[in-house]
Design a protein around this ligand. Sequence first.
Ligand SMILES: [Fe+2]
Length: 385
Amino acid sequence: MAATLTYAPLDGCAFGRVVTGFDPAHQTPETMSELQDALYKHDILVFPHTKLTPAQQAAMTRSFDPTAQSYGHGNNKTGKETKSILHPDLKTIPHQPEVQLIGHGQVPGAYEGLDQPKLKHPHHATFHATKVSDEDEAKGTTRFYRWHIDAALYKLSPPKVTTLYAVKVPKGPAQTLRYDDGSGDEIKVAPGATAFVSGTSMFEQLPPALKSLAVRTKVKYAPHPYVWMSSARARPTGLGLETEGRELPLDQLPPWVEEEIKTLPMLWKNPVTGALALQVHPCGAMELHIAQQEGAELFPEGATITDLGEVRDWLEKLQRPGIAPANVYAVDWSEGDLVLFHNRGLLHSVTGAFGDNDLRMFHQCNLAASSDPVGPDAEDVAKYA
Ligand SMILES: [Fe+2]
């Protein structure tokens, strides 16, 4: 008999659910099918006080996409692709290469087959064009590091789900997260909180003219985007890059072919609810391809926008309202928390900063999907364009 799962609203979050009654050691097809449905309906599922092995985590993740094979960015990130900005953040667990160890600090001794892994929590100063002053940082000021979808955005398809399991969580006083974009916006977050916003809300709160633009637009990503952007610097909100001409020229990237470049709809259709989520990784976006629509307020003739500054200005207009303080859910992690999030329906960001003596350890897993996300259908276009 399938386990009885219960779902409760997630404190401080308009979309997620807390799930109880799930035992990862007993993953039945019925339970996993129920959880898939719940994930697509609620976008985040939190399972407190969970015991989870890397093998169970990989199995759980794979149940969302049984023919998916490799880690979302390709397997074995440890020691490879040194130019990619993702390189320092991930350590592959050797006996379960779909699962990555992430976090901060020096792990004493061997851990899951890794020899004294040293982890580094991403810090905004390494990525943003400007930084919080040392004085403010000492007082507990932080920023969003980088709003993103977990996705290679070249060759591989964006994972459907990401699972994050908290093994070690240093606790401390709440931090003040500043947007620093002139808005005065700020929120309180627990140290190292993972911030989420709903792509569905991001779309639904737009005015009609921007909804029309979004439903008609495809986003072309750079080849090897994380190498392409490796010298570029982010906006203070972590929502996309400043335009300073720092991207690597395309002929200086690792070998690439046009057919493997990702051009994805700006809106991704939820497979269960049919809702449209505005899902763009703003840092990797290189061009916008807009279909024509007679009578539309914006680009009635259609357009291909290749100027990076212009691409980013449009993305800012479309995405910034979605990360306003009221829309952000920041997970205050406890050890044993397992979080499943709908990677095709949310954007997320690391926050916070840790000291040299803090130790934070998480297991993260996602799998490059067996197919690309589906965009708006004819009915959606008729409704919004
Ligand atoms: Fe991520």
